[in-house]
Design a binder for this molecule. Structure first.
Ligand code: F6P
Length: 544
């Protein structure tokens, strides 16, 4: 039976129909205890979802849906190391990467010895760079680190590197290069000293076109500048599940850090893929990050469903998408240090759950992941918030803020928080025609007022949740990311899909490799469609 045919689904649908006319204003007016019943806290995180268009009954019915989908069994299977990533025949064990003890997932399959020995090697490597003891080919200490990777081998460490900049090593520069476009790597190389630069080639597969081309260009630059191919072994390290490919590239064994097929790329920042971050913030802070995530793992496994933060967040998403019809979800950090968080979440959510075929190979009977998009909230206010307020579309929002700032300029943090809280309130409660009329009547003639009035009404009822963090420290960030990871997993279970494969990215890669030679060979262009041929012809003329 599909989940949409279940009694639990139908009960939610019936409940939705009874709730439809209720505005968020009414929800708040009806229930003074609403914020207490529709908010959760976890250590340094407050999750206020009272501004979602739901009540406690909605939550109870959604919890029943999670039970119907047998979330507890799937969770046990994931944490137990079963091969729940069926289409790739792999276990899903990124949670092991946060742990400090074994055996895990069990005596039958204990991944902890290799996890812990890799972590110890990373720590020694990071410490050697941080202390200035790691020397390059010419005997000078490494002072710049460039992570070359894309997708999951870039977004997580880059996002956290920015979020934790305030505690990063002051004398080390850590850069991230992902794009094929030379406009990213070329200007960076101009600023680097090859004698003091280390490149980390982060690629689970060690075949990704973007990463390999950037790595080859970096290697050529290094050899050209240091005048000796032997320099490569002192200036490159690899973070990969394919060590033999890294060896062929010229990377020495003690600079190859493994990850495993049971770590999905978008869940890999906790693994060797996090090395650039560990170098920046230090092994202790990295351990705190892991500890925060592990605390969230335990919460997800053990907290009752009604108080289970990742699950409640997942259920809110299901409610908004499958019952209220939302097609997108905005992520709005009110914190400059979280500027890469929307991009990180886009991969985590959309690459995991952007699917329309279930784990059983059948078409899904309902919509899956909404489009995740977002931007720093304060900047967005002066750009696209107009549409959120008056565009007439349902766009659920995640507001994210940290109470304490790492950069406390007088008055800034208070103003930032005030804007964050103001926007979620304005979106939820809006402004009625009566309220607008009474405001305008103080300064306008009756005729002018009626002309302007429709433009001054805010319908409100735009749902949002607010994640308020005490501060952006490694522990809280670890918990925050694990929270979203488990949200994604729980939603995937309810939608009945495999959150851990990503076959949808393959077609474009294959087509790109067949198009590439046609850029300078017109005969090869003939096999393509008319549009591609036209694009190739135009490019060929201008490349020439
Ligand atoms: O193309 C998508 C993808 O496979 C992502 O899933 C992954 O995070 C990214 O490419 C990078 O892959 P790799 O780490 O193997 O270079």
């Amino acid at each position: 039976m599909t989940i949409t045919a279940s009694a639990a689904w139908k009960a939610i649908e019936a409940h939705r129909q009874s709730l439809s006319p209720v505005h968020l204003r009414d929800f708040f007016a009806r229930d003074p205890g609403r914020v207490a019943s529709l908010s959760l806290s976890f250590e340094g995180i407050l999750f206020d979802f009272s501004k979602q268009r739901m009540d406690s009954t909605t939550l109870d019915l959604l919890v029943a849906l999670a039970r119907e989908a047998r979330l507890d069994e799937w969770t046990a299977r994931m944490f137990g190391g079963e091969r729940i990533n069926a289409s790739e025949d792999r276990s899903v064990l990124h949670v092991a990467l946060r742990r400090s003890t074994g055996p895990f997932p069990g005596e039958h399959l204990d991944v902890m010895p290799e996890v812990l020995s890799t972590r110890r090697r990373m720590e020694a490597f990071a410490d050697a760079i941080r202390s200035g003891q790691m020397l390059g080919f010419t005997g000078q200490p490494i002072r710049s680190v460039v992570n070359i990777g894309i997708g999951g081998s870039d977004l997580g460490p880059k996002m956290l590197g920015c979020a934790l900049r305030s505690i990063s090593h002051p004398a080390l520069a850590v850069h991230y290069v992902s794009n094929l476009d030379g406009a990213q790597l070329a200007p960076l190389l101009q600023t680097l000293d090859p004698r003091t630069t280390l490149f980390l080639v982060a690629s689970k597969t060690f075949t990704t076109q973007e990463t390999m081309l950037n790595a080859q260009t970096a290697r050529a630059w290094l050899v050209a500048n240091l005048g000796d191919a032997a320099a490569v072994s002192r200036h490159f390290a690899a973070l990969t599940a394919k060590p033999e490919r890294a060896r062929t590239f010229g990377i020495r064994d003690d600079a190859i850090f493994p990850l495993w097929d049971w770590v999905g790329g978008r869940f890999s920042l906790w693994s060797a893929v996090g090395l650039a971050l560990m170098i920046a913030i230090g092994p202790h802070a990295f351990a705190d990050l892991l500890a925060g995530a592990e605390r969230m793992d335990e919460h997800f496994r053990s907290a009752p469903y009604e108080r289970n933060l990742p699950l409640v967040m997942a259920l809110i998403g299901i409610w908004n998408t499958n019952f209220l019809g939302a097609t997108s979800n905005a992520v709005l950090p009110y914190n400059e240090s979280l500027k890469y968080f929307p991009a990180f979440l886009q991969q985590l959510e959309m690459e995991s759950n952007g699917k329309s075929v279930g784990i059983d190979g059948q078409p899904l009977a309902c919509a899956s992941n909404p489009i995740v998009w977002g931007e720093l909230g304060n900047n967005g206010q002066h750009a696209f918030f107009q549409l959120l307020h008056q565009g007439g579309r349902l766009v659920p929002c995640d507001f994210i803020a940290a109470v304490r700032s790492d950069y406390p300029l007088p008055g800034h943090q208070e103003a930032l928080l005030a804007n964050c809280f103001a926007q979620s309130a304005a979106l939820a409660f809006g402004k009625t025609a009566a309220e607008a009329r009474s405001e305008l009547s103080r300064s306008m003639s009756a005729e002018a007022l009626e002309t302007l009035l429709p433009h001054k009404v805010f319908p409100g009822n735009q749902p949002s949740s607010t994640l308020l963090l005490s501060r952006l420290d490694p522990q809280t960030l670890g918990a925050l990311i694990a929270l979203y990871e488990h949200k994604v997993f729980a939603q995937g279970v309810i939608w009945g899909l495999n959150s851990f494969d990503q076959w949808g990215v393959e077609l474009g890669k294959a087509v790109a490799s067949s198009i590439l030679p046609a850029l300078d060979n017109p005969a090869l262009a003939e096999q393509f469609d008319a549009s591609t041929r036209g694009l190739l012809n135009f490019s060929r003329q201008h490349l020439a």
